[in-house]
Design a binder for this molecule. Structure first.
Ligand code: HPA
Length: 239
């Protein structure tokens, strides 16, 4: 059975799927890291691949940009393809001096300015959080490998371009580490489906210092994050 946005067959996706925002990143991960990657979806250019990492089946498919996009793809993976774990691997804008350019951030929570939660009939405020097992596993592996990670709150924003240049100041005052555009929807979909999710982000630009990474640096720090996410996926085979 395929879905409106995914032509893969049942069983094509592994238990754990890594989701970068960019389809070309998904292809890069599949070609550089996975053994014998197999193309399982190509609807709308959102190519999905399944291969192995350290002998464990792992899939990678792009999420596209923003909460509606990751909302669609993660819903279908969790509910129609039997996927148990989704690890977002993306970039984020630093909002705290606790994180520097190129740092890797594990999103323990994801605040949001979006109305996505209303789709679940929630009238109060749901707190979208990472799965503790995935989060602990990622923090443990990073420590073992000597990779520095910051763990804290993300902001999943509906707006990349804010009309008000100070729109994000309130989140910064609340100690939010970094802004991206997908984690909160992923965490809510995982909660609703009774599945696991984690967002891992590399700081690609910094809102406080105005710094931004060049393409080469982005690629290198992205690979550190990728190996971390793949090692978490391998570890989850035993959970
Ligand atoms: N805003 C939103 N998403 C992002 C940013 C940003 O500044 N940087 C990387 N992803």
């Amino acid at each position: 059975m395929s879905t409106p946005h995914n032509s893969a067959n049942p069983g094509d996706f592994a238990k754990t799927v890594l989701m970068p925002g960019d389809p070309l990143r998904a292809q890069f991960i599949a070609e550089q890291f996975l053994t014998e990657p197999r193309l399982v979806n190509r609807v709308r250019g959102i190519n999905g691949y399944t291969g192995t990492w350290k002998g464990v089946p792992v899939s990678v498919m792009a999420s596209g940009m923003g909460m509606p996009s990751i909302g669609i793809y993660s819903h279908e993976l969790y509910n129609f393809y039997g996927v148990e774990n989704i690890i977002r691997v993306g970039t984020a804008g630093g909002m705290s001096m606790r994180c520097k350019l190129r740092d890797v951030v594990l999103g323990i929570g994801a605040c949001t300015n979006s109305n996505y939660a209303a789709g679940f009939g929630i009238t109060g405020h749901f707190a979208p959080t990472a799965d503790y097992t995935l989060l602990r596993c990622a923090a443990d592996i990073a420590q073992k490998n000597g990779l520095h990670v910051e763990v804290g709150n993300l902001l999943s924003s509906d707006n990349f371009y804010d009309d008000d240049p100070h729109a994000k100041d309130v989140w910064q005052k609340m100690g939010v580490l970094a802004v991206e555009m997908e984690a909160a929807a992923l965490y809510m979909n995982a909660a609703r489906a009774g599945k696991r999710a984690l967002a891992i982000c590399t700081i690609s630009d910094h809102l406080l210092t105005g710094e931004a990474t060049d393409a080469q640096t982005r690629q290198t720090s992205f690979c550190d994050m990728m190996r971390l996410a793949l090692d978490v996926a391998a570890e989850m085979a035993n959970v």
